[in-house]
Write a protein that binds this ligand. Structure first.
Ligand SMILES: Cc1cc2nc3c(=O)[nH]c(=O)nc-3n(C[C@H](O)[C@H](O)[C@H](O)COP(=O)(O)O)c2cc1C
Length: 453
């Protein structure tokens, strides 16, 4: 079985130091985020299980996916195998299985019985809006033209007992689907579910074509069909073994002020105007666990990386098949290692990545012998292989993200940067990297030279 509870049991059994139970009552306003921050400052990244959160009857689990070791445990592989295994399993999707009932509908609250203020009312950062947020919600919606369903995480700011704001990044699939409903003057039915196995979170973050259904990707990742049930108030499907589901509509042409909110970049986005989610039903297990993700911390940063790296590598390989790898080590920046065949290839990779994702703001291409997991090696290649008047590319104007503090337009319009930090083959002055003969290195036995005098 692939649900949140079985994963927590697996962690307790196989990595007991990775989960900390906190019995003492905690304040959801700032205190839980401060506890997590303090642990991270001590280089500790456990799952936190808060048994008692002031103001809410529900226990809370946070930081479930806050370490690579736990993501590897969830997919049953080693940390080193994660990227390759993610790609291999996404390439073998498995269709979900529709069930007539599931634990997530053990309790059903409809209409006037819905009260989002009974949820833990989380506020994370000092400069965030006073309104609480739900951050671990995966939103499902259906494209009215193609009939394909889409999954993606969306921060939900609780406005009142039955309303949230929903932030949809421009250019991403949910926003594109919403625009179709809005231009037809129709409300968009959605469901937001939370409390799931990490394979479900990783699958929801699959980045690729709108034709690919993330429920099939989740099936691929867990190597078995994901069990779904029909929503109670709309025709969407949700995971049968989630902890909570919020069902409802996003009406057209209605907006609410949302934020400020501290984002994954480590910076706060100012106040924004966001569509509203009118919640018509909340279903849950009988004794649900509320899942939370502390914004801007390790879990928030780690979760999207596998999906994004996989997507950018595919895009780069479509442009230049000899692309070796793509790494995302800092926000909005892709480092690309290339087995270069000619000097025009880096520019082709840069342009392909710019076009493939709003979050690919900086693309830095190096030769395959540079370790792109090592920022020092990449910075050295930039310092020594780049002639700025020849090797730096700027794309303007283009769609980036309004979550980037340097983006001054409210709609995400910005500029992108590309740096070709490969050694150039077509130069008048050959550039030769210092080398030591491999044969000589292998033949040297240090102990023969380092005898005490
Ligand atoms: C914890 C978390 C919160 C996120 N919050 C949002 C959000 O509020 N709005 C948004 O557009 N994307 C958000 N994202 C990113 C999207 O989930 C991600 O870009 C997704 O892959 C987009 O899906 P798509 O490719 O189907 O458009 C969040 C990601 C994570 C991990």
């Amino acid at each position: 079985m692939h649900d949140l509870r079985t994963f927590l049991d697996t962690v307790r059994r196989e990595r007991p130091r990775d989960i900390v139970d906190i019995a003492r009552s905690v304040n959801p306003k700032h205190e839980t985020a401060a506890i997590l921050t303090k642990l991270e400052q001590a280089y500790r990244f456990p799952i936190l299980f808060f048994r008692c959160v002031a103001g809410s009857p529900f226990p809370v689990v946070t930081n479930v996916c806050g370490s690579l070791a736990r993501l590897a445990l969830a997919l049953r592989c080693s940390v080193g195998e994660l990227s390759r295994l993610y790609a291999a399993r996404c390439a073998q999707p498995v269709k979900p299985e529709i069930k007539s009932e599931g634990p997530v509908q053990e309790r059903v609250l409809i209409g006037k019985d819905v009260n989002l203020e009974s949820f833990p009312q989380f506020v994370y950062h000092q400069d965030d809006a006073p309104q609480p947020y739900i951050t671990a919600a995966i939103v499902v919606a259906c494209d009215p033209q193609t009939g394909k369903s889409n999954l993606s995480f969306h921060r939900l700011m609780i406005v009142d007992q039955t309303t949230t704001a929903v932030f949809m990044a421009r250019g991403k699939h949910l926003e594109q689907i919403y625009r179709k409903y809005e231009s037809a003057g129709e409300p968009m039915p959605i469901a937001a579910f939370l409390g799931v196995h990490p394979a479900c979170s990783l699958g929801a973050l699959y980045t690729g074509s709108a034709e690919t259904e993330e429920y099939d990707i989740i099936g691929g990742l867990q190597q078995s069909p994901l069990a779904l049930v029909n929503c109670v108030t709309n025709p969407l499907h949700v995971p049968a073994e989630a902890e909570f589901v919020l069902e409802g509509l996003v009406p057209p042409q209605t907006r609410v002020n949302e934020g400020p909110f501290g984002e994954f970049t480590g910076y706060s986005t100012g106040s924004m105007s966001c569509p509203m989610f009118k919640v018509q039903a909340v279903t849950s297990r009988q004794d649900p666990i509320f899942q939370d993700i502390v914004s801007g911390h390790s879990e928030h940063l780690l979760l999207p990386i596998l999906g994004m790296e996989h997507h950018l590598l595919e895009a780069a390989r479509t442009a230049v098949p000899t692309t070796v790898n793509v790494r995302l080590l800092v926000p909005l920046t892709a480092y690309v290692a290339l087995e270069k065949k000619d000097d025009s290839q880096p520019q082709r990779v840069i342009e392909a990545l710019w076009a493939s994702d709003i979050y690919a703001k900086q693309v830095i291409v190096v030769d395959a012998d540079v370790d792109i997991s090592d920022l020092r090696e990449v910075a050295t290649a930039v310092a020594l292989h780049v002639r700025p008047d020849r090797d730096v590319y700027i794309h303007h104007p283009t769609l980036g993200t309004e979550l980037d503090p340097s983006c001054e337009s409210g709609d995400g319009t910005t500029a992108k940067l590309g740096i070709d930090a490969t050694l150039k083959t077509q130069t008048t002055r050959p550039v030769i990297k210092n080398r030591v003969s491999k044969q000589l290195l292998e033949s040297i036995n240090l102990s023969e030279f380092l005898q005490p005098a």
